[in-house]
Design a protein around this ligand. Structure first.
Ligand code: FAD
Length: 315
């Protein structure tokens, strides 16, 4: 059976949804093993074990995470060799994609990023050129290295929590031009991570600096709040909320676009969403071309009504 190596970066207290999706995919493709650059707590490891992972690999030095992506790529290279992995799966963050690229160079392997579907013969589906094309491609040399978009594969129900065995492997760290000297945890917002959220309410220039009504709707739906570049550039919301070509790529079940015109660079980050609802006061706005449902109206009138109705129905 093919060994499928899953790289899990920055483990939290328990498995995130996107990590459960990766592990589910790995278990459906073969025998899953995990590589962890950073240490993880017992609850997290038990969660990993519940997906049939019997062994997880750790570097013999904690300094791997100090040299950013180069150290992690060096560690993953050794993990692929130690496990004899036939497939490597990573998340789809910028960091994961860079690690994948460096791993591909080290192993002489092909890399496919932004994977949203995968056939049994490893033909991967992804969208390219700012979402203009849907492409099917397959790695033809070396060990296929795939970075997988969140919300693309189902996270199956895991088995009973079991503790996988730790295997430490030696890693020779590359010379580092820069080192991480400290880390600060991001403040917890209580809302889901943008990349993982099933529902996203995203606002653009039309919100005119007031994200309050969007936050209310997002909270009523248990969703996350995102933004167009116009809104992040204006300083109305943090840059990490930006969705699009130069921001995050998201594929939630429901994307509610509010006061966003739908420029190609914005669409590039959200058009693989399952259902798109657009709220815009301009009936000719291009966002309506990709929306499944559209509401022509002033967001400050539409959103409070929608939030109130959703709360009333206890959805
Ligand atoms: P606008 O285009 O100004 O649209 C505002 C919309 O709000 C209008 O349609 C208007 O009708 C509507 N509106 C106004 N008031 C209301 C109201 N009260 N109620 C309802 N609707 C209202 N953009 C991104 O989003 N993400 C990216 O990653 C990104 N990367 C880029 C990369 C490059 C290289 C370049 C050149 C551009 C990039 N952009 C990106 C910018 C992109 O081209 C657009 O400029 C940007 O998306 C516009 O943001 P917007 O839709 O919020 O603003």
């Amino acid at each position: 059976m093919t060994t499928v190596l899953v790289f899990l970066d920055h483990p939290g207290a328990s498995l995130a949804k996107s990590e459960r999706e990766l592990l589910s995919l790995a278990a459906s493709l073969g025998d899953p093993v995990v590589a962890l650059a950073d240490g993880a707590g017992q609850a997290y490891l038990d969660g990993v074990g519940s997906y049939g992972v019997r062994e997880y690999y750790r570097p013999d030095t904690e300094a791997v995470s100090e040299v950013l992506v180069a150290g992690k790529a060096a560690f993953l290279t050794e993990a692929v060799r130690a496990t004899g992995a036939g497939i490597v799966l990573l998340g789809n963050s910028y960091e994961a994609k860079e690690i994948a690229a460096r791993l591909g160079v080290r192993l002489g392997s092909g890399v496919i990023t932004d994977v949203v579907a995968l056939d049994a013969d490893l033909a991967a589906t992804k969208s390219d050129f700012a979402g203009s094309y849907t492409v099917t491609c397959r790695v033809t040399s070396g060990v296929p290295i795939l970075t997988v978009k969140p919300n693309s594969f189902e996270a199956v129900e895991a088995g009973l929590p079991t503790s996988p065995r730790e295997v430490r492997i030696p890693v020779e760290l590359p010379a580092a031009a820069a080192r991480v000297t400290g880390r600060v945890d991001k403040p917890v917002s209580g809302r889901p991570e943008l990349a993982e959220a099933r529902v996203i309410v995203a606002g653009g220039r039309g919100v005119d600096g007031d994200f309050g009504p969007l936050e209310d709707l997002a909270d009523a739906l248990g969703g996350a709040v995102g933004a167009s570049r116009a809104a992040t550039d204006a300083g109305w919301i943090e840059h990490s909320a930006q969705i699009g070509q130069t921001g995050k790529t998201v594929s939630p079940q429901l994307y509610i676009s509010v006061g966003i015109s739908g420029a190609i660079q914005q669409k590039a980050g959200m058009q693989t969403s399952k259902v798109i609802v657009a709220i815009n006061k301009d009936a000719d706005s291009p966002v309506f071309e990709i929306a499944d449902f559209g509401i022509v109206g002033d967001l400050f009138s539409v959103l409070p009504q929608a939030t109130e109705e959703i709360r009333k129905r206890g959805l």
